[in-house]
Design a protein around this ligand. Sequence first.
Ligand SMILES: [Fe+2]
Length: 253
Amino acid sequence: MTIILPEPKTDSSFSLEQGLVRRRSTRQYVDGPLSLYIFYSWDEKKILKEEKSMIFRKSVYFVLLLAAAAILINLPPASHARGKLNPTPSDHEGPFYPVVRQQDEDHDLIHVDGRDQAAQGDILHLSGKVVNEDGQPFSQAVVEIWQTDPNGRYNDARDRSPGSRDPDFQYWGKALTREDGTYSFTTLVPGAYNPRPAHIHFKVWIDGEVRLTSQIYFKKKEVLNQPATPELQTVELQKNNAGEYEAFFQIVL
Ligand SMILES: [Fe+2]
């Protein structure tokens, strides 16, 4: 005897039970009432077991997917993993990038052409090197810096903070990297201005194009409540025998 099972009903309130009936109906021909009962009992249990197994597998896959995503997010950059140098992070240009050219644009910021006196403040010999992630130097790169004087003022009419400017300070200068990628500036330790820690802005130009805009910060352990600064942009000030400060900052492009 052959029995044809009716098509399952479908409605908007589709449930797991209806799902079982729908799947069961794919086997439409069963021999005899007893066989039908056995088939129904056996098939329903089997399908239910498969459904549970499938839900379990999906849950395991989902958990594994979350774990893999968490691991990927916490992995160090690929360059770091390969033993390469970490690129220097970019940082805000700030509102006072010089827009008016000045006559004296060299790497000695404590002497201004045409003026006899040197700028007043803590002299800083800032040197460094421009390299790629493999440590290979960039020669003929232009490193450009601009900063505040020790009073925390920029030489920019848009800077309306109180205090006088030092006419003997250059505020903005440029240095060309040598064959080995090194550069050097003579400048002053910049003053902080509320709410920012002391910093020096810089840009690196190669073949007439800006490759990096960022800032250099200073480690000042003696200053309490010093705002946290990015590790890859922070230098330590060392005092030399002449009582002047020195700092080395490598720029990795
Ligand atoms: Fe600034």
